[in-house]
Design a binder for this molecule. Structure first.
Ligand code: XMP
Length: 224
């Protein structure tokens, strides 16, 4: 891993999602720390396509399924298992459902299969400031109770990342990971989230829409 970056694979309409993703992974290999698929890819490629994509990701990379789960426990488990069975190791879920009958069942399942939970602490879109941001402290403490691997906090609003890191310091796992989307197409500069306390920056279009994704990644982050 040369860059603390997770590449978001969101295939544009009209592209075959599997060959588009494989081309990008071939270009980047294990230069980024990981790759992330989301619902646009999973819905269009189906579980078999998602599995074909995961199978070409280097073994030492984090494989995130950004499902943004928000349902009762058994249904989240059903959805998560589609991604886990396809080879994804980290699953993103919303916190608003709470623990009992929701996230407790999801994390139990993920533990049983050796996968990890990433909880949204807030989101990168400006509208998240109105609702999500009111509960950041509670969501971080909730994640600590559950023993999550990490949190999503927005690169677009570094003060939220700092807040998550500050609240984490008072929990049993202050080194829980923070992953931050919003670099490039959503306006934030590379490294801004890392400087604010994140472990990984999530980058999509600024790299994946470039003719040469490896060159775009190096142009954004510099030669390590
Ligand atoms: P771009 O192309 O904007 O892609 O670099 C960003 C990727 O990150 C996802 N995204 C989020 N995921 N919480 C998340 O869990 C967020 O607040 C958030 N904001 C953006 C987006 O779906 C895309 O894959």
């Amino acid at each position: 891993m040369r860059y603390p970056v997770i590449i978001a694979l969101d295939p544009p309409g009209g592209e075959d999602p599997v060959s588009w993703s494989v081309r990008i992974i071939d270009s980047l290999q294990d230069e980024p720390a990981g790759y992330k698929i989301g619902l646009p890819l999973l819905v269009r490629s189906g579980p078999k396509g998602a599995r074909d994509i995961a199978s070409v990701m280097p073994t030492n990379t984090i494989k995130v399924a950004d499902l943004k789960l928000a349902d009762i426990g058994p249904v989240m488990v059903l959805t998560a298992s589609t991604a886990v069975d396809a080879g994804y190791t980290h699953i993103i879920a919303h916190p608003f459902m709470g623990i009992e009958g929701g996230l407790d069942e999801l994390i139990k399942y993920l533990r049983d299969v050796g996968a990890e939970l990433i909880l949204l602490a807030s989101m990168s879109n400006p509208g998240a400031a109105r609702y999500f941001d009111q509960f950041i402290d509670e969501f971080v403490v909730m994640g600590a109770r559950l023993g999550v691997w990490g949190y999503v906090a927005p690169a677009t609003r570094p003060h939220i990342i700092r807040r998550v890191r500050e609240v984490l310091k008072k929990t049993p796992n202050p080194a829980a990971k923070i992953v931050s989307p919003g670099v490039g197409a959503q306006g934030q500069r590379p490294w801004a989230a890392i400087k604010a306390g994140a472990d990984y920056e999530i980058v999509g279009r600024a790299v994946t829409r470039a003719e040469d994704p490896a060159e775009a990644l190096e142009r954004l982050y510099g030669r390590p």
